[in-house]
Write a protein that binds this ligand. Structure first.
Ligand SMILES: [Zn+2]
Ligand SMILES: [Zn+2]
Length: 138
């Protein structure tokens, strides 16, 4: 469980009804929503919520380090509340859905010294592409 709400509460994040609606939509496992999806889902809980508030709140959560932005090629930025446990992504080329995965071994260590070209490598971001079971079925 990402427990975004619990983390925000323990940080003393000011929880207005609108901000809470955004945080509730993002809370959970394998959540990677675009800003428009967050807006649509938050509006189900709170019809008066504005696009500006959703976008501002997302920006604030990213700045706090409680939500990660995930970019996948050619698709809208997604917001990921699993910000404290390092993970990689499994992405569907059909529908774009992402899952959090934990490859065996350290992806950083997998890059040999001779392939580092003098870079001080800090992190690795890996996306495994393929068809999800739903898309593979059709
Ligand atoms: Zn799919
Ligand atoms: Zn993720």
């Amino acid at each position: 469980m990402s427990d975004l709400l619990g983390r925000l509460r323990s940080r003393g994040w000011r929880m207005t009804a609108q901000r809470r609606a955004v945080a509730e939509v993002l809370d959970g496992e394998h959540v990677h929503l675009t800003a428009d999806e967050v807006l649509a889902r938050a509006a189900v809980r709170l019809p008066e919520i504005s696009r500006a508030t959703v976008y501002n709140t997302l920006g604030e959560l990213v700045a706090l380090g409680e939500v990660n932005e995930v970019a996948t090629t050619g698709r809208a930025m997604r917001y990921d509340p699993n910000a404290h446990r390092p993970h990689q992504h499994l992405a569907c080329t059909g529908c774009g859905i992402l899952r959090d995965v934990h490859p065996a071994g350290d992806p950083l260590a997998a890059l040999p010294e001779g392939e580092r070209f003098g870079y001080r490598v800090r992190e690795a971001e890996i996306t495994y592409w393929g068809l999800c079971p739903d898309c593979a079925r059709t």
